[in-house]
Write a protein that binds this ligand. Structure first.
Ligand code: PCP
Length: 396
């Protein structure tokens, strides 16, 4: 019996979460004895919110979806920052599936959905991380989303460049310690901030940073000073989660807190800010004396990237619908200047036509006749790859 409103692993893999027209298509094709080899290509029409680039994420679950199916998959490595079009304006493929159409038609819906949501979250996270400059950013958003997808959301935010995640299951998947401070109810149940901070310090393991929440009962400045006096050197930082109704100028509140802490010798106490933050507010606050951010809904509920999957070749012949380019393709990227070129699969590009750098084919074989191939990177390595590339891109 289904207790939560979620699909089981088996339902997802067997097409139980498909749009109905795909199994019907398969039924019709099978009834008429049509079983053709195709190339299906994943591309993006337009990125949301005027984003100029996306972070490719969700391939891990796509491979879980296809494992055992008699198809080959070629994809950009997870964590690749991609444009939707190449340097000349041609659509750029992010993934290609090669095999009998009937063998994967039932998972087409799930394929696209896995990539659309994970890549949307990873891209939003990368943008927030870039907006934060060199400051720390933690994912706090799973509370606003269905818990069944919390691990995927945390993984995507981390791959996008976030430094940590609050979710227990997400952190476990990533092989990292979950990150969190303390919630308002802790203070409210003690009815006294000092008692709550002291109790937290007494009970919680020593390896957990002591970050006091300082906006529950009084002014952030006075609670910050109080926390520093109560916990002394043990206080790692304060978290300011000022309610929207009291915010006024949050950057100025942060400056004031920094000033007053410094004036009393608490220069090492870090300042974290959370609550309703997004790319724009992080960009502004990062100019001030903020050491880190907790960002939730704006990233967990990021717009999806509208990947679509289209047949571009049937039985070795180029064939596709209006609005798309036919033929199996490869996406090439210049190792030197990051220029992207879409080319037919039969073409081999050597040198970049702009800078002469070496062109690298970015769609690598990741599934061979249903078997996962290639080297799997750890999430922190994929995240590192995103952070490395982020330097080449700007927030638009
Ligand atoms: C923080 C804040 C937001 C959370 C974190 C971030 O919660 O109030 O609710 O999500 P957001 O970016 O979507 O706003 P806490 O202060 O920890 O929540 P609580 O009131 O439960 O203590």
């Amino acid at each position: 019996m289904r207790r939560f409103n979620i699909a089981t692993d088996e339902e997802i893999r067997s097409g139980g979460t498909s749009d109905i027209y795909y199994p019907r298509t398969r039924e019709v094709l099978e009834a008429k004895g049509i079983d053709k080899k195709v190339v299906a290509e994943v591309t993006v029409g337009k990125l949301p919110e005027e984003w100029g680039w996306g972070v490719f994420c969700g391939l891990d679950e796509v491979l879980t979806l296809y494992e055992g199916l008699p198809v080959d998959i070629y994809a950009m490595p997870e964590g690749t920052i991609f444009p939707t079009r190449d340097a000349r304006g041609f659509r750029l493929p992010q993934m290609v599936v090669v095999g009998k159409y009937n063998s994967f038609v039932n998972v087409e819906t799930a394929t696209v959905g896995l990539l659309c949501q994970a890549s949307g979250v990873a891209t939003s996270a990368a943008r927030v991380k870039k907006a934060a400059k060199n400051k720390t950013v933690f994912a706090f958003g799973i509370r606003r989303m269905h818990p069944a997808i919390a691990p995927m959301l945390d993984r995507s935010a981390y791959i996008g460049g976030f430094d940590g995640v609050s979710g227990v299951a997400g952190a476990k998947l990533l092989g990292i310690e979950p990150t969190g401070t303390m919630p308002h109810p802790l203070i409210l149940l003690f009815g006294d901030q000092k008692a709550a901070w002291k109790a937290f310090d007494e009970v919680v393991p020593k390896n957990v940073q002591r970050i006091a929440l300082v906006d529950t009962l009084c002014d952030e400045k006075f609670e910050s000073i109080m926390a520093a006096e109560v916990l002394g050197k043990k206080l790692y930082g304060v978290r300011i989660d000022t309610p929207g109704s009291r915010r006024g100028d949050l950057l100025e509140i942060v400056r004031e807190v920094r000033w007053e802490l410094d004036a009393r010798g608490f220069k090492s106490v870090k300042i974290f800010v959370s609550g309703g933050l997004d790319e724009k507010s992080v960009l502004k606050l990062a100019e001030g004396p903020v050491d880190g951010f907790g960002v939730g809904t704006s990233v967990a509920n990021a717009p999806t990237i509208d990947f679509s999957m289209d047949v571009v070749e049937v039985e070795g012949r180029p064939r596709t619908k209006r609005g798309k380019y036919s033929g199996r393709k490869q996406a090439w990227r210049c190792e030197k200047c990051n220029r992207w070129i879409t080319a037919l699969h039969s073409e081999k590009l050597e040198k970049c036509d702009a800078c002469g750098g070496r062109m690298r084919p970015m769609l690598e074989k990741v599934l061979a006749n249903g078997a996962i191939v290639g080297k799997a990177l750890l999430p922190r390595q994929t995240r590192g790859r995103v952070l490395e590339q982020l330097g080449h891109y700007v927030l638009e």
